[in-house]
Ligand binder design. Sequence first.
Ligand code: NAP
Length: 546
Amino acid sequence: MSNTQTHHDVDVVVVGAGFAGLAMLRELRDERGMSVRVLEAGDDVGGVWYWNRYPGARCDVDSTDYSYTFSPELDEEWNWSERYATQPEILRYVHHVADRFDLRRDVTTGARVATATWDDDAARWDVTCEDGTTARGRYLVMATGCLSAVKRPQVEGIEDFTGQVLHTADWPREPVDLAGKRVGVIGTGSSGIQVIPRIAPEVEELVVFQRTPAFSVPAHHQVLSDAERAALKLSLPERREMLRNSPTGLSVPVTRRGALDDDDAARERHYEEQWHSAGFGFLLAYNDLLVSHEANRTASDFIRGKIAERVNDPALAEKLSPHTYPYGAKRPCVDTGYYETFNRENVTLVDIAEAPLTRATATTLETTDAAYDLDVIVFATGFDAMTGSLLKPTITGRDGVTLKEHWAGGPLTYLGLMTAGFPNMFIIAGPGSPSLLGNVMVSIEQHVDWVSALLVDSEAAGTPVVEATAEAEAEWVERVNAAAAPTLYMEAASYYLGAEIEGKPRVFMPYAGGLRRYRRECDEVARDGYRGFRRSPEPSTDLQPA
Ligand code: NAP
């Protein structure tokens, strides 16, 4: 329920009630005894799983590994029905957690944050929302997610289109009936690759507008039997240990083998085996796929070969095959029947790299080559990733400097957790941390634990004003750049690099050194008395001039 026009004076203001915001709330309130107010733009909790309701939306990390780990009771009572849960099931899980731990009472929904301003004299953050809700807190936690600021490309004339215009990341709450309609989908990233095979059998005609083909491997999705669920539960402690110690947060064994350590036949066998089981983990088939061109080419060629097998028309298979960047340099996709969908009579692929989109009219979407009659246009064009949701509100730190100004050349953080000049503001799983390069649930929980430990330590020491130093920030930014430099990540126009938005600074945003190394680094910083953070007592009001 929305609490418009209300004011909340609390210890901690958290922005966002997705997985990260709810975890932060539970930890700080129930484990650390702090008062917390969560401000959420949506009309309910769930974050990305609240908004992305398009047909076919589901997780592509095993749900068992995409779950909270803080409560053995929760593990015991919750049963995932499928290997990769659907969006409705994930949302049910979030609701269950919110109810089970009585989180909703501290969440204000329908409250999109407009401004957050640091009051240096009082050492408080003042937050205002578009609906009039205000909050004041000693700490501000941005749990806004890396994939939540929706990207809506400008298509000339789109406002004249008389059919329905939808976006996968802002799908209507009410059911959308696509049966018998002529539907155009723009975008072939993870969202497009999920929605396309799902709607193809029900629509009259499906036109897919592809700018860059994706690398996708079979998800191997399956419904879990009772016996499989029971076995998964038994293996939880071991799986969790593996997640915590893995560079990716995935329960995939780390291999020490490089692709060229195997001869051609052995490598082909290994890829074949992985193809039939690994899903997202295919990228970890060898340990050098993201650092060696030669190694990567073996995997890229293997996947292109599979696309050729899955698509009947060789010319179409070629159009669907990526050639302009190495496998994994853009976030890889997993699919269920994606390529086979193009064998259907009612599905057409339009290569808009070759013949770009020009405009929409009342009834068509047009390229330089042709006009396509459509009833519905679906944008599956993704997000202003990583920084979009942080820069949307006006966040003002010390001396009136805004985050937008401080990050004009790209995001600057220390450990991805804080940014200099913005005291007591923390970011969960954002730029400068491993974030989107691994299982984000593992990243979220690591950040939540680490931030709450820092707050408790600072409060106990009487130094509750915490700030990353400019030196520590500069050094960490160097480390983030150095971790990415030798990788093939630098060779794709990806959202990791800010290439998805025109004019966005081209810097590699997530930390590519791996979750395990990152966790170790954070732990060492804490052990060294929070090296790189300046901590000070709150200003005494007695010392303020009259
Ligand atoms: P995305 O990966 O950024 O893909 C966007 C697609 O839209 C790309 O094919 C892109 O082409 C195209 N596009 C963007 N702007 C365009 C324009 N102006 N004209 C034509 N085409 C345009 O976005 P997404 O598919 O929503 O996925 C984003 C991320 O969300 C994923 O990488 C993943 O991390 C997460 N996700 C996860 C799941 C899951 O767990 N299963 C599902 C969906 C999404 P270019 O490549 O040429 O830019």
